[in-house]
Design a protein around this ligand. Structure first.
Ligand SMILES: Nc1nc2c(ncn2[C@@H]2O[C@H](COP(=O)(O)OP(=O)(O)OP(=O)(O)O)[C@@H](O)[C@H]2O)c(=O)[nH]1
Ligand SMILES: [Mg+2]
Length: 365
């Protein structure tokens, strides 16, 4: 039996099975098998079609954000408004057929904004240019959902398309560690009470993924789907910001009603009418959570004029990468002054995490 037939059989089994306490385990195992088969299918397809899965786009700047939305919601108009780019704008759908990068400079940060073709329902399974678009979204630091003021329900569809390609929006990675061992079978330690699945199911699911021996530590009350996410290892966890475009077409009352009615928060703008664009830039900047790191030269002079801009949680390695591509090979240690240092001039290694307004000296061979 080939992969598509296997998938079909499991899907049928799932449809037949009523969801209740008794069938929980059965469903959990089916889900795990299905996720694994779908991954195998993906891999097979991408092998067949060569490396046709993504657009070629080089990340640049201090952070990358992507515009994700249905066709014609105004993504390209917005890109042109936020950046120096000139992406084609038109009143028909699928105007944009390729990824178009732009650079937005704000408060000293250089933010790469990627305009993409619109996505439609079924994008994740290959409709439209969906797969390639979603592949670009994987590498983003922040996802900007662009919705039309008259189609606010699209937000849920966009999120579910991302979910179907393994992108988890505004979710934290499950607090589960799986440490493979060479023998001894699977041991499961849960530090909290598991109410949504049991240890036996954890073990059975691991076996589906070919894990015969491992130490598993579970620190939150996870679902079977969250365990699958951990096992798949190809999940990415990205935060999002929703932009409600074309508010020039409605009155303030309409927008207010939307914000009280909808289950998500949004920034109301008009890309074409240039309304609320500065507030949007500020929000993007804030959500990227940048910190400023000052470089101190070996002679003791510190450059307070042009800080290095990196994402909060970055380590000395990210600074090295910004200074020069090869510097990490020459790296010996760094000296740190500021909030992340125990004392001024502390000597640290390349994995040391920096904090806002730290001062750093890189010492190389
Ligand atoms: N009224 C109004 N129209 C807008 C606004 N922003 C964009 N439009 C119009 O909406 C249409 C589509 O704009 P695009 O920027 O091409 O939309 P897109 O999302 O890039 O579309 P695709 O590339 O096809 O996915 C154009 O006719 C724009 O002029 C806005 O804020 N208000
Ligand atoms: Mg476009």
């Amino acid at each position: 039996m080939g992969i598509p037939e296997k998938i079909k059989k499991i899907e049928e089994d799932m449809h037949r099975t009523q969801v209740n306490k008794k069938t929980e385990r059965h469903i959990g195992l089916l889900r795990a098998k299905l996720a694994k088969l779908r991954l195998e299918q993906e891999e097979q397809q991408s092998r067949r079609s060569g490396s046709q899965t993504g657009y070629d786009v080089k990340k640049s700047g201090d952070g990358t954000v992507v515009l994700i939305g249905l066709p014609s919601v105004g993504k390209s108009t917005l890109l042109n408004r936020l950046t120096n780019a000139k992406s084609k704008v038109a009143a028909y759908q699928f105007t944009t057929l390729d990824v178009v990068p732009g650079l937005m400079e704000y408060k000293g940060a250089r933010i790469q904004v990627l305009d993409l073709p619109g996505i439609i329902e079924g994008a994740a399974s290959g409709r439209g240019l969906g797969k390639r678009v979603l592949a670009v979204a994987r590498s983003a630091d922040l996802i900007l959902f662009v919705v039309d003021v008259f189609q606010p329900e699209a937000r849920a569809l966009l999120e579910s398309e991302l979910r179907n390609t393994g992108i988890r929006v505004d979710e934290k990675p499950p607090n589960v560690v799986i440490e493979p061992t060479t023998s001894g079978g699977i041991s499961v330690t849960a530090t909290v009470k598991l109410t949504k699945m049991d240890e036996q199911l954890v073990k059975d699911m691991l076996r589906i993924y070919g894990v015969a021996s491992a130490r598993v530590v579970i620190r939150e009350d996870i679902t079977d789907e969250q365990l699958i996410d951990v096992l798949m290892r190809s999940r990415v966890y990205t935060s999002s910001l929703t932009i409600m475009n074309k508010i020039d077409l409605v009155n303030a009352g309409f927008t207010n009603e939307l914000s009280s009615k909808l289950p998500y928060k949004f920034v109301p703008i008009s890309a074409e009418g240039n309304i609320n664009i500065v507030a949007l830039k500020e929000e993007i900047y804030k959500r990227l959570d940048f910190v400023r790191i000052y470089m101190r030269r070996r002679n003791g002079e510190t450059d307070f004029e042009e800080p290095m801009i990196v994402r909060n949680g970055s380590s000395v390695l990210e600074i090295c990468n910004k200074v020069h591509r090869n510097i990490k090979d020459e790296f010996r240690y760094a000296l740190i002054w500021g909030k992340s240092a125990k004392f001024g001039g502390q000597r640290v290694g390349i994995t040391h995490r920096l904090m806002d307004e730290d001062i750093i000296t890189l010492v190389t061979k």
